[in-house]
Design a protein around this ligand. Structure first.
Ligand SMILES: *Cc1c(COP(=O)(O)O)cnc(C)c1O
Length: 307
C-alpha cells in the first residue's frame, strides 16, 4: 500500500483553552501524504486493496469538479499502477480547474455526467449499466463511502488517542465519522459537524452505523448548524476565522469541511459545551488542495499548504 507519514497530534495553546480548562489537539491527517491526504487516504485504503485483490485494472468513481476524493483517487491509483476514471458532475469547463487538472495529470480519464444522470449515481440499475460498460473496473461510490472505506476510517484513531474525551470531525457523506464512532473506547464521545444543510445526515450516519453494529446516540452527536448556507457555501465570518486560525496556530483549514468544523468547535468551546478537564481531539481531514480552486472560483484567497 501507499506509505503514510507518521500522524501527529498537534497540541494547541490558546488563552481561551486555558480559561476553559480544556486540552485541545489536532490530528494532522492533512500531513500524512503529499498527494493522498487526509481522510481520503483511509477511505481509499481498503477499496484499492480490494480492487487489486479482484484483479481490477481500473478504478472508477464520482465527484464534483473540486472533489478531494477525485484528486486523491487519481493520485493513489497512479501510485498503485491502477488506471482511473472520474465521472464528474456537470459540464466540462476549460481550462480545467486545479483539482481536475491534477487528476488528469495523474492519469485519470475524466468524463462528465449531467446533473440529472449524476443524481442516479447510487441507483442499482445505473451502477449495473456502468459495470457492463466498464467491465473489470472497480467502482467506488461518491465521496468513497462504502464498507471498505469505513474499515479504513476506523483506523484513524490509534492507541495514543484513548486519553481524549471528545473526538471531533467534519461530515460530508458520514463515512469518516462512522468509522471514528466505531473505533471509540466506551468513555469517549464523537462529535460530527456537518458541512451540508439539513438533518438528513443524522439518519444517514445512523444507517451507516447500523450496518455494522450498535452505536447508541449517547456516544455520538451531530451538529447541523455550521453549514454556512450549505455545501461549499461560505460567509465572510468563515473566511476570517480560517485566516485567524492560521495566524494563531499555523494550521491551514479548507472552507468546505475543516474550516466549518473548527469554527463550530471553537464556538462550542466558547459556549462551555465541554466541561473543564475535557480533552478534545479535532481530526483535520485534509482537503486543503481545494484552497487554490476556491480562489479561482471566488477570488477569495485562503492560506495555502506550504508544499
Ligand atoms: C471528503 C471530506 C470530508 C467528508 O468525509 P465523509 O467521509 O464523506 O463524511 C471531510 N473533510 C475533508 C477534508 C474531505 O475531503
Amino acid at each position: 500500500m501507499i506509505q503514510a507519514a507518521p500522524i501527529i497530534n498537534q497540541v494547541l495553546d490558546h488563552p481561551l483553552l486555558e480559561q476553559k480548562g480544556i486540552e485541545f489537539a489536532v490530528k494532522r491527517l492533512d500531513l500524512i501524504h503529499p498527494l493522498v491526504s487526509g481522510n481520503k487516504f483511509y477511505k481509499l485504503k481498503y477499496n484499492l486493496l480490494q480492487a487489486k485483490a479482484q484483479d481490477s485494472k481500473t478504478v472508477l468513481t464520482f465527484g464534483g469538479a473540486y472533489s478531494n476524493h477525485i484528486q486523491a483517487t487519481a493520485a493513489a491509483c497512479r501510485l498503485l499502477g491502477l488506471d482511473s476514471i472520474g465521472l464528474i458532475r456537470g459540464e466540462e469547463t476549460l481550462p480545467l480547474n486545479p483539482t481536475l487538472a491534477f487528476a488528469q495529470n495523474h492519469g485519470m480519464k475524466l468524463a462528465y455526467l449531467s446533473r440529472g444522470d449524476y443524481r442516479k449515481k447510487k441507483e442499482s440499475q445505473f451502477l449495473a449499466d456502468l459495470q457492463n460498460q466498464f467491465p473489470n473496473t472497480f467502482i467506488i461510490p461518491e465521496g468513497g463511502t462504502n464498507e471498505w472505506a469505513i474499515q479504513g476510517t476506523a483506523e484513524i484513531l490509534g492507541a495514543e488517542d484513548s486519553k481524549f474525551s471528545h473526538i471531533i470531525a467534519p461530515i460530508g457523506t458520514g463515512g469518516t465519522f462512522a468509522g471514528l464512532v466505531q473505533s471509540l473506547s466506551p468513555e469517549q464521545k464523537a462529535i460530527g459537524i456537518s458541512s451540508l444543510k439539513g438533518n438528513f445526515i443524522i439518519d444517514e450516519v445512523r444507517q451507516i452505523l447500523q450496518e455494522t453494529g450498535e452505536f447508541p446516540n449517547t456516544t455520538w452527536t451531530v451538529f447541523t448548524n455550521y453549514h454556512f448556507g450549505g455545501y461549499a457555501k461560505y460567509t465572510q465570518a468563515l473566511i476570517d476565522f480560517i485566516w485567524d486560525f492560521h495566524r494563531s496556530f499555523g494550521i491551514v483549514l479548507d472552507p468546505i469541511y475543516t474550516g466549518k468544523m473548527m469554527y463550530g468547535l471553537w464556538e462550542l468551546i466558547q459556549q462551555d459545551y465541554f466541561p473543564p478537564g475535557s480533552k478534545v481531539l479535532a481530526v483535520h481531514t485534509g482537503g486543503i488542495q481545494g484552497n487554490k480552486g476556491f480562489f479561482e472560483r471566488t477570488q477569495i484567497s485562503l492560506p495555502l499548504p506550504s508544499r
